[in-house]
Design a protein around this ligand. Structure first.
Ligand code: ADP
Ligand code: MG
Length: 459
């Protein structure tokens, strides 16, 4: 058996143990070599490396040793750019790392501060109320690890993704967890908007010392929600930069959420962006149908709304891109049911949904756009998705990525996967490049318009 075959068979065996989780993690791992009983792998970041080490490596090494004899060594590299990851992502959820021992905390927070915090936190946003699926598995595991008593392993944790996909839920869950497990820990949860307002007020009333004590010295865990709000607010950014550094140096956990990837944040100074990317960036994406069904069922049981399975599926099919809206649809249905005295069944739900929002025609898919681009440039889909770097093929590929992003608002990682498992940064730069070319090169613009026309015609 050749090395490649040995590796492949060990891999297949490991995959079979837990396929969904395997795909989730091995889409961020690249095989380099297997030589002289040394396996070399590259992980996208330390978080992935450590997870794979603990959860998959023992089985994988055991398989390799069965074929090659004992004494397999594993060497790891870390690189955010993985052109050839082991596999496509994901199908299902993986377990969460459980918090362990307790960590030394310097000062006990006054009771009122803690009470104040609990009042700000949504009591329902807890880890056990969060449904984990392929779209949010990494963010969930990372959030759980940030709440860990051993302190932050990946600091800062930057959670990003579209609106209504659970970012705030996750940071509130961290706060609840830390407060429950380590009553002495000083947790500060604040939206970037509130941080800004407090900062301005402190400036106005000469209370900067107080402000800095709160955020820099009396804080063991800082949770800053919706950092995109700081865009263009230079003075607040400056203050936050120093807050960040003070906490980071003291090894205090920092978790930031954002509706964009760090590199996409507009009007944000480079030094802050680079701080954000220095730890772990974990995105939350639109959950798939099965996860949406699980979410709506969980919400129903939490709110004590009797919800038949078929209605849960109907709602999840109808509201696709935003969990907050999905929840809204459920609550509306429950309200209507209690007002009219009708039981929530399939027909009732169907009629309600139809009356609230007529279903949009099926959206165009990535495949439709890829097909249109292939037609236009006279190439096959295999070529479009291949690793071919010839200028003409690469250009067509970039155009297709750009159009998908423009028309479907897909996330970058999603597009990376749809385009032959490329890294999200590759997609980002492709989209940017085409955007820029379109502005200055009339020929590029003509290509794009022709493809757009063909898409409209087939819409
Ligand atoms: P974001 O901050 O990303 O805009 P939120 O955290 O406010 O989104 O989530 C919106 C709503 O959707 C909340 O009620 C939250 O509980 C719910 N939600 C989102 N994702 C999940 C999930 N995976 N499991 C359970 N509830 C979720
Ligand atoms: Mg939010």
């Amino acid at each position: 058996m050749g090395t490649q075959d040995t590796w492949q068979s060990a891999l297949d065996h490991t995959r079979a143990l837990s396929p969904a989780s395997f795909e989730q993690w091995f889409s961020s791992v690249q095989f380099e070599s297997l030589e002289n009983k040394t396996l070399t792998l590259t992980a996208r970041d330390e978080f992935v490396r450590d997870w794979v080490k603990t959860h998959f490596l023992p089985a994988l090494v055991e398989q390799l040793e069965q074929q090659l004899g004992s004494g397999i060594a594993v060497e790891w590299q870390v690189d955010s750019d993985l052109p050839r990851p082991v596999c496509d992502p994901p199908v299902k959820a993986a377990p969460v790392p459980a918090p362990t021992s307790s960590r030394r905390i310097s000062r006990v927070p006054p009771r009122s501060v803690k009470r104040e915090l609990r009042e700000v936190l949504n009591p329902k946003y807890r880890f056990d109320q969060f449904v984990v699926g392929p779209s949010n598995e990494l963010a969930f595991a990372a959030a759980a690890s940030s709440a860990d008593a051993n302190g932050p392993k990946y600091n800062p944790l930057f959670i990003c993704g579209g609106t209504g996909l659970g970012k705030t839920h996750l940071v509130h869950a961290i706060a609840h967890h830390v407060l429950d497990e380590r009553p002495n820990a000083r947790v500060v949860y604040v939206s970037a908007e509130r941080f800004t307002n407090e900062f301005i007020e402190a400036l106005q009333h000469q209370r900067m010392d107080e402000f800095r004590t709160r955020y820099r010295r009396e804080c063991d865990v800082l949770l800053l929600d919706d950092i995109q709000f700081l865009a263009g607010r230079e003075q607040t950014q400056e203050e936050f930069f120093h807050t960040f550094n003070a906490l980071h140096e003291a090894d205090k956990a920092i978790v930031v959420t954002s509706d964009k990837y760090p590199q996409q944040l507009q009007k944000m100074p480079e030094r802050l962006v680079s701080r954000f990317t220095s730890g772990l960036v974990a995105d939350v994406q639109v959950p798939r149908l099965e996860t949406r069904v699980a979410i709506v069922k969980k919400k129903a049981s939490l709110e004590k709304i009797p919800l038949p399975d078929e209605v849960a599926v109907l709602l999840a099919q109808h509201v696709q891109s935003n969990v907050r809206e999905l929840e809204g649809a459920l609550i509306r249905l429950a309200a209507k049911s209690s007002l009219t005295g009708r039981t929530i069944d399939y027909d009732f739900a169907k009629a309600e949904i139809a009356s609230v929002a007529p279903r949009r025609p099926e959206l165009m898919s990535v495949a439709d756009i890829q097909r249109a681009v292939c037609n236009h440039f006279q190439m096959t889909n295999a070529e479009l998705l291949s690793k071919d770097r010839h200028k003409s093929v690469a250009f067509a590929r970039q155009v297709a990525m750009y159009l998908c992003r423009q028309r479907l608002r897909c996330s970058f990682p999603e597009l990376g996967r749809a385009f032959g498992n490329r890294d999200h940064t590759t997609v980002m730069s492709a989209v940017r490049r085409v955007e820029a070319l379109r502005q200055k090169d009339p020929q590029v613009n003509a290509h794009l318009e022709a493809i757009e026309q063909s898409l409209i015609a087939s819409d």
